[in-house]
Every structure is written in structure tokens, then in C-alpha cells.
Design a protein around this ligand. Structure first.
Ligand code: 3BY
Ligand code: FES
Ligand code: FE
Length: 410
């Protein structure tokens, strides 16, 4: 076993189900390396909404730890993804976060690739040079009903259950016919798992998110008996959504994903400061304003809200053991007009504030786990069950990466 694997093994052995992870999981370079290899280089990762690259030649880039990736739409309209690294001497081809191009031209010595990845032009490489041997290296990519996912593994895990399960919930919102109208990219001084853990519970909402709580109900499940009034709203809205043919009950995504439609608080129809619609134009063919939001998340790096008139997508990328990038994109109907149908400040404010509050919480969490006095503490089974679920998945994934759980002597 390598030193990294030994470190991860002993950290796993020191971890206790039901309790927050030992500090090494949030701070250690070796554990971070394991997270990259076992998770970020293996799982399907959310890139962004497909509407970001509507036309042939449109591209977006992202970097998964050390792997720069380009995702584009080719001339046939097909979405493709490649390692953003030239086959000559490896230079990054594209340094912009998004753009439009007819071909990919390497800035170093101008090797040129078609949008299919085919190498089509080089200079001074001699008569024997066979360009066919040097196409861009492809990366698996798929659009799940307008949400782009990539996978860097040779053989990707199955994503079809996720696709089949969430499609009926999000298709009515027609994400492909939206456009991004606002984006925020923030860096948090916290481990990526603390960012995800923070998102998996609303235990912290009452004490931290005044703007979000104008609209968001704190319950995570429709039958959560702790929430009397919210429970009544859920029953009423559930009947209306049944009549509209909109699925709302929680999907069984195991520890892989979650999908549910939940109502907003009484008086709010959107995630805005005044609870009023973020855009006048409803998505897809929707006719009702108050559809609450479809909340979906998928391990390891994304969560989403689909409202009647807006979608919001969150992407998490690890930058280091103590550094994480969170990118949020806000989308409205592709035909909506700024100043008439929507106002950027009104539409984005709640989640800009909420993200900043969550950033501070994750950073304080990080600072505390770095202390020599930090000890794992118990999660609430009622309020933090989604974290328990996430960490069961996380530990299992690292165990598999190590070749199975430690065999203990009885
Ligand atoms: O709304 C969200 O995305 C989640 C749900 C609970 C906590 N967090 C704000
Ligand atoms: Fe790309 Fe030389 S590294 S052309
Ligand atoms: Fe939060």
C-alpha cells in the first residue's frame, strides 16, 4: 500500500458512522489526493446547464483538480468533451471559461483540431507524420435533460437511473429553452465535503439564512412531522401538482441523488427577497406560477432548484484540501427580456446572500476542524440525515478505492 493509501486507511478506521469525520478528511493532502482519484476522476460531475452552449462552436471549460476540460457543441450539434491539452506537447488549448470557435487552435505551435477532436493541421512535422494518431482525448459527456455532466473515468458509472428518475420532474421546466442570465463563482476556504455537508441540511437555515427563509421551507421530506404549517402547505400543493401532472414525491435515489418538489412558504412564489416571481415569463409550457421548487442533487458536486420561472444550478469543484470553488448559474426562459421580464438584482439576491452565508459557515467549520482539539461530533438524525447518507456513500467509495473495508480480527 502507498503512503497515501495508508493514511486514508487509518483515517477511515478512526472515523465513526453517525459522527463528523476526523480532521484529516478536511485537512490532509493525502486524503485530498484520494478524494480526487476515487471520486472526482471517477464520478459524473456537473459542468453547467446545456443552454450555456446553444450553438455549434460554443464551448465552456472547467478544471477538475489537475485536469483541464473543454465541453463544446460540434457542427452537427453534438455535445463533446475533451481533455483541454494539446497532443503536441500538452499545452492547454483554451484558457477562457467560455467562448465560440470554429476550430481549436493551440496557442503554442498552432496545431489545429476540428470540433470533433480530429487533428487537421500541423506545420513541419515531416512526411511520415500521421495526424490521425493524435486526436484530442475524449471525455465522457452527457446531457441529462439539459444538465451537462462529464466523467473522466475510462468506464463511467451508470447515470441512467438518475436520468430516468429526474426527467419527469424537470422536463416541464424545459431547461434546454433557458438562458444563463447571471453567474457567480466564489472560492471558499473550506474542504469540498464541508461545502456539500452544509448543503445537505437546513439545521443551520433558521440561524443564518433570513433571505432564503422568505421562500424556503426547512423540511426536507413531505411527511416531516416537525413542521406543522409547512406540512399543511405540502398537502395542499401536492394535490394541485397532482392535478397538473407534476410529480413531487421524493425519488429513491439512494445515496447517489435526491429529487423532490417542495412548496414555498405561504405568500412566496419564488426565491426572491419579496417572494415575488424572478421573471414574468414562465418556463417551458408551464401555466402556474407557484410550483415551489424541484430540489435535485447528485453526488459529488451539484445541486439545483427548478422553479416555474427560473432555474438555479450549483457546481462544486475542489481546488485543494482547504479550497473549493462554487459556481452558481441563474437561468430564465430564453425569450425573457431583461428590464421587462426580470431584473438581475431581484432574481439573484437571495442566493448571492445565501451562498455568502454558507461560505462563511463552511470556512468557520474548516477553521474548527483544523484545531488540535477538534473531535468528531454527532449529527442529528432528524435534521442531518442527508449528511449521514452522503458520508456513508463517501466512506464506501474510499473503502472501494482501497480495495475493500479493513478486515478486523474478531
Ligand atoms: O435549498 C437548498 O439548496 C438546501 C436545502 C437545505 C439547505 N440548503 C439551503
Ligand atoms: Fe500545442 Fe505545440 S503544444 S502545438
Ligand atoms: Fe445554507
Amino acid at each position: 500500500m502507498s503512503a497515501t493509501q495508508n493514511k486514508v486507511r487509518s483515517a477511515l478506521d478512526a472515523s465513526q458512522p453517525g459522527y463528523s469525520l476526523p480532521g484529516a478528511f478536511y485537512n490532509d493532502e493525502d486524503v485530498f489526493t484520494a478524494d480526487i482519484e476515487a471520486i472526482f476522476y471517477k464520478e459524473w460531475l456537473f459542468v453547467g446547464p446545456e443552454c450555456e452552449i446553444p450553438n455549434a462552436g460554443d464551448y465552456v471549460t472547467l478544471t477538475v483538480h489537475n485536469a483541464p476540460i473543454i465541453v463544446l457543441r460540434d457542427n452537427e450539434g453534438k455535445i463533446r468533451a475533451f481533455h483541454n491539452s494539446c497532443r503536441h506537447r500538452g499545452s492547454r488549448l483554451c484558457d477562457k471559461s467560455r467562448g465560440h470557435t470554429g476550430r481549436l487552435v493551440c496557442p503554442y505551435h498552432q496545431w489545429t483540431y476540428e470540433l470533433t477532436g480530429e487533428l487537421v493541421s500541423t506545420r513541419f512535422m515531416g512526411d511520415d507524420f500521421d495526424a490521425e494518431k493524435f486526436p484530442l482525448q475524449p471525455v465522457h459527456v452527457t446531457s441529462v435533460e439539459g444538465l451537462l455532466y462529464i466523467c473522466l473515468a475510462e468506464t463511467p458509472p451508470d447515470i441512467e437511473k438518475f436520468r430516468d428518475s429526474i426527467t419527469p420532474y424537470i422536463r416541464p421546466h424545459d431547461p434546454r429553452r433557458t438562458k444563463i442570465v447571471f453567474e457567480s463563482v466564489i472560492e471558499e476556504d473550506a474542504n469540498w465535503k464541508l461545502v456539500i455537508e452544509n448543503n445537505r441540511e437546513c439545521y443551520h437555515c433558521a440561524g443564518n439564512h433570513p433571505e432564503l427563509l422568505v421562500s424556503l421551507v426547512e423540511m426536507a421530506l413531505p411527511d416531516d412531522a416537525r413542521f406543522g404549517d409547512e406540512f399543511r402547505i405540502m398537502e395542499e400543493k401536492g394535490k394541485q401538482w397532482d392535478d397538473l401532472g407534476l410529480p413531487h414525491k421524493p425519488v429513491d435515489g439512494g445515496s447517489e441523488f435526491r429529487c423532490i418538489r417542495l412548496p414555498f412558504r405561504e405568500g412566496a412564489v419564488s426565491m426572491t427577497l419579496d417572494g415575488k416571481p424572478a421573471s414574468k415569463k414562465l418556463l417551458g409550457d408551464l401555466t402556474e406560477q407557484d410550483l415551489g421548487s424541484v430540489r435535485a442533487f447528485r453526488i459529488p458536486n451539484n445541486w439545483h432548484h427548478f422553479l416555474s420561472e427560473m432555474t438555479i444550478h450549483f457546481r462544486v469543484l475542489p481546488l485543494g484540501p482547504n479550497k473549493t470553488q462554487v459556481r452558481t448559474t441563474w437561468c430564465v426562459h430564453e425569450d425573457a427580456i431583461e428590464g421587462w421580464d426580470y431584473d438581475i438584482e431581484h432574481l439573484s439576491r437571495v442566493w448571492v446572500e445565501t451562498n455568502d452565508q454558507d461560505r462563511r459557515l463552511a470556512e468557520e467549520n474548516q477553521r474548527g476542524t483544523r484545531s488540535p482539539a477538534y473531535k468528531s461530533g454527532p449529527y442529528s438524525e432528524v435534521s442531518e440525515f442527508m449528511i449521514l447518507n452522503f458520508l456513508d456513500w463517501y466512506r464506501g467509495t474510499l473503502e472501494d478505492w482501497l480495495g475493500g473495508p479493513t478486515k478486523r480480527l474478531e
